[in-house]
Ligand binder design. Structure first.
Ligand SMILES: Nc1ncnc2c1ncn2[C@@H]1O[C@H](COP(=O)(O)OP(=O)(O)O)[C@@H](O)[C@H]1O
Ligand SMILES: [Mg+2]
Length: 286
């Protein structure tokens, strides 16, 4: 069998709490497999164990029980992390460094230097759309720009797998859209993405598969379209239907054994409305 990009088996993490209180079970008996080339979403409310799971996969936290692997290498071994990039939940960057200097710093940590490092920095700034902001200090960056420089940092050593902890949290809708587009670009270039999010609606469209965690327990896993499909219902979306056609469809349903549950006008999402409205507004200001 081909090694999964990430394999988690029987993972449990208990954090002891001092002074007689009940220990916290952050993750309970978790099994996951992320296939190479997938965008996989680890979803769940705050405190459900997402960050703990990612940190164990990265070998930053040791499990109480169970085992994790990256491309077939045990997470406890350094070589498991060679082809991995990580964007932490609240990345701490030095705010007096510029975008370019930040990437140079992380590039050097990964052993890059000289012309190769310079080329990689140029490519990454271009990829995340920060070429024009490369000489600005991070203290002046928006939250969305900081997440994008964080993403560039995670990609510096040309990883095959990136782990992104809450990549869109705290970013406005347009910024969050840019980050999601970048994640789709990563997938297109063959990089496996494991991301966590408590903002289910934001990431659902970019994930091939998701796992839903609640209190450290896996409660659902699979392809999103299948998880959210309602078994015995069918929807039609019809443009330019005359009222006569609508009446005919209704009467056809009435004459069958089926039941019409709802008839309504199509709506967009609030996020799309916001993006469209602000886009037009920007265009007018130009
Ligand atoms: N280092 C730690 N010490 C004690 N408890 C922790 C520690 N890290 C996380 N926890 C607890 O484990 C649970 C899961 O946390 P976390 O993995 O950060 O969840 P999520 O990322 O889904 O918000 C929470 O109850 C949290 O308070
Ligand atoms: Mg978290």
């Amino acid at each position: 069998m081909i090694d999964a990009a990430v394999a988690v088996s029987g993972l449990t993490k208990v954090f002891p709490v001092p002074f007689h209180r009940q220990p916290i079970v952050a993750v309970r008996g978790l099994d996951l497999r992320v296939q190479a080339g997938e965008v996989y979403g680890l979803l769940g409310p705050n405190g459900s164990g997402k960050s703990t799971t990612l940190k164990i996969i990265l070998g930053l936290v040791s499990p109480t029980r169970g085992h994790t692997e990256i491309f077939g290498h045990d997470s406890r071994l350094v070589e498991s992390r060679e082809a991995v990039g990580f964007l932490p939940e609240n990345p701490y960057f030095y705010k007096y460094l510029t975008g370019e200097e930040t990437l140079r710093f992380f590039g050097r940590l990964c052993g890059l230097s000289g012309a190769r490092l310079k080329k990689r920095i140029d490519e990454l700034l271009e990829l995340v759309g920060l070429t024009n902001a490369r000489d600005r200090r991070l203290g002046t960056y928006s939250k969305g720009m900081l997440q994008r420089i964080g993403l560039a940092q995670a990609l510096i050593n040309e990883p095959k797998l990136v782990l992104l902890d809450e990549p869109t949290a705290g970013v406005d809708p347009a910024g969050s859209r840019e980050i999601r587009n970048l994640i789709v670009d990563l997938k297109r270039s063959g990089i496996t993405v494991l991301l966590s999010s408590h903002l289910l609606a934001q990431v659902q469209e970019i994930c091939d598969r998701v796992a839903i965690l609640a209190n450290g327990v896996l409660v659902r896993e699979g392809q999103l379209a299948e998880l959210i499909a309602i078994e015995n219902q069918t929807e039609f979306v019809v443009a330019n239907a005359s009222s006569h056609l609508v009446e005919e469809i209704e009467s056809l349903i009435g004459r069958s054994n089926a039941q019409l549950i709802e008839r309504r006008r199509s709506t967009t999402t609030l996020e799309r409305l916001f993006l469209d409205a602000t886009k037009n507004h920007e265009a007018r200001n130009k």
